[in-house]
Design a protein around this ligand. Structure first.
Ligand code: N7H
Length: 468
């Protein structure tokens, strides 16, 4: 059985409760590595594990019932994770064997995957910064050699998140001459205000489909239950794949994805006009769900909010690979979880090994309040190996122009285009699935701004081997 006290709190169940979240990206200071590692014992006391999360959730629901004003429980939770460069800095001995060659993707780092060349084809396919061979990203992601780790802190409001982050930074002597961490950048996100709470910036309800974990969650109707080893190192099907100290840890993929909302909305109007459909339907078909979260496979013609609100119906649908009448083959949710398109589902279903737990949060203000501001998604997902999680979904499924059937096109949310390329995406016009919508670099609604792969170790490893 799993020891929930040993697993960091953002990984399982619903992750850490979050209205706001800060990601503190840090470098371990040269000459202070020992101090840094020693501090981890105390840092672990500030970090939330899964048991805590369950307790917090209970508190939140108790308080919700009690508080007439609907105010939130005051709380903050934190987790810590390390990049490959960070692990190497902390312990050359531990870093020698982390389950290679399976973890080559983690060791390469996200930047190396972002843009490819002939010798090393890109997994992600991000646009190149003009005149260079590098992705067009922000710092600190352009300098992965000094990006050693991330502390993520979640909470009900900014004040509690700040307080928690400050107390963790203090344990690393931050702000003094003997600081063992240097801040590279802190990026903050927040849930959108009512009535858009739970929706990402394009307006779609997010976080509806997450796999249930065997022995942890109860799957709602239509949802798959997956092996613990798909998410946790050395558990279930992942047994023996990593050295013992990595047990109960999970790899974290972080991506800062800017969403160009007015451009997306304009594209929907223009493209739906030329296609012969309407913008609402085109948007729903690109995602595979209506804004409420209702799957287009269940209700192709209109947004059925009753289905969206019912956890036993909003995932209870089946794809038929031979058809994209109800849902396009290139729809974002079909690309990232093709369900029975790849074969029978169930305990041994093919897709089960490629599932992830998503824990992202939007960033930026509403378009109405801040028309010139930047906004998007701070995407976070957990998996027991990057090559079967984020890297696989992005590289093998989302980017593939011929996924499931030749010429279907890529995932308009995730797929990346080179400057001169144009991709036809079919299936967006239900009456004639062959009629294509044309996408090129001008329609880049989701612009990658950086990211990195991290490892989120167990509580035991933080208190023990990593702190030594
Ligand atoms: Fe996606 N969106 O609003 O368009 N995503 N996603 N995603 N995504 C999902 O089913 C979105 C991104 C997955 O099991 C929904 O919970 C946006 C990345 C997976 O049926 C919506 C961005 C990756 C699923 C969005 C973004 C994924 C999923 C429907 C970036 C991984 C579940 C809500 C800005 C590589 C599929 C739901 C399933 C669902 C959106 C990024 C993966 C609305 C805007 C980078 C696995």
């Amino acid at each position: 059985a799993l020891d929930f006290n040993n697993i960091q709190g953002d990984i399982l169940l619903d992750g850490l409760p979050k209205r706001v979240e800060s990601f503190f990206f840090f470098q371990i200071v040269d000459g202070r590595v020992k101090d840094f590692c020693r501090s981890l014992k105390q840092v672990a006391n500030e970090i939330s594990h899964v048991d805590n999360t369950a307790q917090l959730r209970q508190e939140i629901s108790d308080h919700k019932a009690a508080r007439k004003d609907g105010s939130l429980v005051e709380m903050a939770g934190a987790n810590i994770a390390f990049s490959w460069k960070g692990l190497q800095k902390m312990s050359t001995v531990l870093a020698k064997d982390i389950g290679s060659p399976g973890e080559k993707d983690f060791q390469d780092g996200m930047k190396a995957h972002a843009v490819g060349n002939e010798a090393n084809p890109s997994i992600i396919g991000d646009p190149i910064k003009p005149g260079t061979n590098e992705p067009d990203w922000e710092q600190p992601f352009m300098k992965p050699e000094v990006l050693h780790g991330v502390i993520l802190v979640t909470g009900n409001d900014d004040a509690h998140v700040k307080q928690k982050l400050d107390s963790i930074k203090k344990l690393f002597q931050f702000g003094t001459a003997s600081a063992s961490v240097k801040e590279l950048v802190t990026i903050s996100g927040k849930v959108r205000p009512e009535p858009n709470k739970g929706h990402e910036h394009f307006g779609f309800n997010d976080g509806i489909s997450q796999p249930a974990i065997d022995g942890v969650d109860k799957a709602p109707q239509g949802q798959d239950t997956i092996d613990q080893g798909v998410i946790l190192c050395n558990r279930g099907s992942n047994a023996g794949q990593h050295p013992a100290w990595m047990t109960d840890g999970s790899f974290l993929a972080f991506r800062k994805l800017q969403q160009n909302v007015p451009e997306f909305n304009k594209f929907l109007v223009d493209a739906s006009n030329s296609l012969g459909t309407w913008s609402g339907q085109l948007g729903a078909r690109l995602i595979g769900r209506w804004p409420s979260g209702c799957p287009v496979q269940s209700s192709p013609d209109f947004d059925d909010k009753g289905i969206a609100a019912d956890p036993n119906r909003n995932n209870d649908f089946h794809f038929d690979r031979a058809s994209q009448v109800a849902c396009p083959l290139a729809a974002h949710i079909r690309k990232t979880n093709p369900r029975e398109d790849l074969g029978p589902r169930g305990p041994n279903g093919v897709v089960n090994q490629f599932r992830i737990l998503r824990r992202g949060i939007p960033y930026g203000n509403e378009v109405s309040a801040d028309p010139n501001g930047k906004r998007g998604l701070l995407f976070v997902c957990y998996q027991s190996t990057i090559s079967k999680g984020f890297a696989f979904l992005q590289g093998q499924w989302a980017n593939d122009r011929d996924f499931l059937s030749p010429g279907t096109g890529f995932d308009a949310v995730l797929g990346q285009l080179s400057k001169s390329e144009q991709v036809d995406v079919t299936g967006m016009f239900p009456q004639d699935a062959k009629r294509a919508v044309k996408l090129n670099a001008v329609n880049a609604f989701v612009v990658p701004k950086g990211g990195e792969y991290f490892f989120s170790p167990s509580m035991g490893a933080l208190r023990g081997i990593l702190a030594e």
